[in-house]
Design a protein around this ligand. Structure first.
Ligand SMILES: Cc1cc2nc3c(=O)[nH]c(=O)nc-3n(C[C@H](O)[C@H](O)[C@H](O)COP(=O)(O)O)c2cc1C
Length: 503
């Protein structure tokens, strides 16, 4: 094959050479130049020793690489239908774009979902639907009896994404959007940057790297009371979230790729610029349940009584039960538990962690909810659920299964103009959302995107109210698992109460 390709290219080059000799016109000269360059590349390919495919198929193999590299884009632009795109399908992506831009939200002709397929889910409507303008329960109060400054939040808030994983313009637009519609913006584990301080409510996340809450001592990241307190008592900070794990990489710790570790981000996190920053997999501030409870109370005291929660993806069930039991026995507990599903998003994670570690959201959410009920902590400890919540049905379902509020990360990225290019780990995000490349970041105009963040939030809350009204309920807070249904087999539909709670 190699010889055939080289011979054909050589023949073409010789042919053009002869033509140029007898008919020296510009077009023929250009063709001679192109064929000569291709021939030289082909000879180089066949002589190099690094890639066997190129040695066997000089030049031609380069086409395969081109298609391989661009395969996902070709798939997304030309092949994907409304329901099969991953991780977030086109139908849901389009919904976010439409809600963010206040465009039409209706679809014509009927559902594209197979309503007879196993796993199809739906809610049952009432013969007497309510007026959706009158639906209550769009706010939830966080703060147990241990906490002095309760916080009333929206049922939908922006889940953790740091300045570092996202650009400064993305962070500003998210925070300004949160301010416009009165909901909360989680800082992510990278600390609080000036871009977070646009007037929107903040949930200050404390990860295992203690960025904005600690320092390095002998190469180890440790919590520091004074550094934490300085940030925690800011008026914008309404709640604190201690991160144990996230669903996309539980047991791993955060990763900031070297390319995204700019001088500004390094200064905020107090790390070496241009290096990959790997947060430790676990906290150095505590190592057992009793120390954990003491730490939660210390954080609450340092923040002058603000609600303090923990974020985790459910892993070892026995450990989680032991933890909740320890909370009950100590009569001290976090004010909320943010349960993240194994299907959750990330800026950068190892493939095995993303694909094979971590309990999916619904299983984790139900497990935690049952434990809180069993140990009589449900009144004190709220649950925030996160994991691919995008449309009102996702939200209604998670609330019905036991969540009090929903954290959403990727859908808010979509509201900023994310096109699911899946390059967050490369610093090449083409729409300036998940990159630190100055030129790309400039493309995201904060004054336009902040309104889209606001619109997406308000339209989604409104859509939740419309669903709840159609179900004949008066309040979002009264949603229950027996109101959501799933097709178990062709002729059998069961409620999620039966699936998850009656065992
Ligand atoms: C770009 C990006 C950055 C993230 N950074 C953090 C982080 O700093 N801390 C954290 O706990 N979770 C982080 N997450 C996880 C989200 O907060 C959320 O738990 C997860 O993506 C599930 O929500 P979603 O399905 O709505 O995206 C990140 C997710 C994304 C997509």
């Amino acid at each position: 094959m190699r010889n055939t390709i080289l011979s054909v290219l050589l023949l073409i080059t010789i042919l053009f050479g002869v033509l140029v000799y007898f008919i020296p016109q510009l077009g023929t000269i250009i063709l001679l130049a192109i064929s000569s360059i291709l021939t030289i590349i082909a000879i180089f390919d066949s002589l190099q020793t690094k890639h066997s495919l190129l040695r066997s198929f000089p030049l031609v193999a380069r086409l395969r690489w081109l298609f391989e590299d661009e395969r996902e884009k070709i798939q997304q632009y030309f092949i994907e239908d409304n329901l099969n795109g991953t991780p977030i399908n086109r139908e849901k992506r389009s919904l976010v774009y439409q809600r963010s831009k206040l465009q039409k939200e209706t679809i014509p002709f009927g559902t594209q979902h197979n309503v007879y397929a196993k796993g199809y889910e739906f809610v049952k409507h009432s013969l007497f639907p309510k007026d959706h303008h009158q639906i209550k329960g769009e706010k939830v109060v966080f703060g147990s009896d241990k906490c002095a400054q309760k916080y009333t939040s929206s049922i939908i808030n922006i889940s953790a994404m740091s300045f570092g994983s996202l650009s400064k313009n993305a962070i500003m637009a998210l925070n300004q959007g949160a301010k416009m519609d009165g909901f909360a913006h989680n800082t992510g584990e990278g600390g609080i940057s000036p871009y977070h301080l646009q007037g929107g409510d903040l949930i200050f996340q404390v990860g295992t790297g203690y960025f904005g809450a600690g320092k390095s001592v002998d190469g180890k990241r440790v919590f520091d009371d004074a550094i934490f307190k300085q940030n925690a008592i800011r008026p914008e900070v309404k709640m604190i979230e201690i991160k144990f794990s996230q669903g996309a990489k539980p047991g791993h710790g955060g990763i900031l790729p070297a390319k995204k570790n700019t001088p500004e981000i390094a200064a905020i996190r107090k790390v070496t610029v241009g290096t990959q920053v790997d947060s430790p997999p676990s906290h150095s501030a505590f190592s057992n349940y009793q120390e954990m409870i003491t730490f939660i109370q210390k954080v609450r005291d340092l923040s002058e009584g603000k609600p303090v929660g923990i974020k985790l993806c459910v892993g070892n069930n026995q450990e989680i039960e032991d933890m909740i039991k320890a909370f009950a026995e100590a009569n001290n507990y976090p004010d909320f538990i943010a349960v993240d599903g194994g299907e959750g998003g990330t800026g950068a994670a190892p493939l095995e962690f993303t694909n094979y570690i971590g309990t999916p959201l619904i299983d984790g959410l139900v497990f935690i909810n049952k434990l809180l009920m069993q140990y009589k902590l449900k009144e004190q400890v709220k649950i925030i659920a996160s994991g691919k919540a995008i449309d009102a049905f996702d939200i209604v379902k998670y609330l019905a299964l036991g969540a009090d509020a929903i954290g959403m990360a990727r859908s808010f990225m979509l509201s900023l103009g994310c096109i699911q290019a899946r390059e967050c780990n490369l610093d090449t995000c083409p729409v300036g959302v998940a990159t630190q490349d100055e030129d790309l970041v400039e493309a995201l105009v904060v004054e336009k995107k902040n309104v889209r963040v606001k619109n997406y939030h308000s339209k989604t809350v409104a859509a939740v109210k419309e669903m709840v009204a159609a179900m004949g309920l008066d309040s979002i807070a009264t949603l229950k698992a027996n109101q959501i249904f799933r097709r178990k087999k062709e002729n059998e539909v069961v409620s999620l109460e039966e699936v998850y709670y009656s065992k």
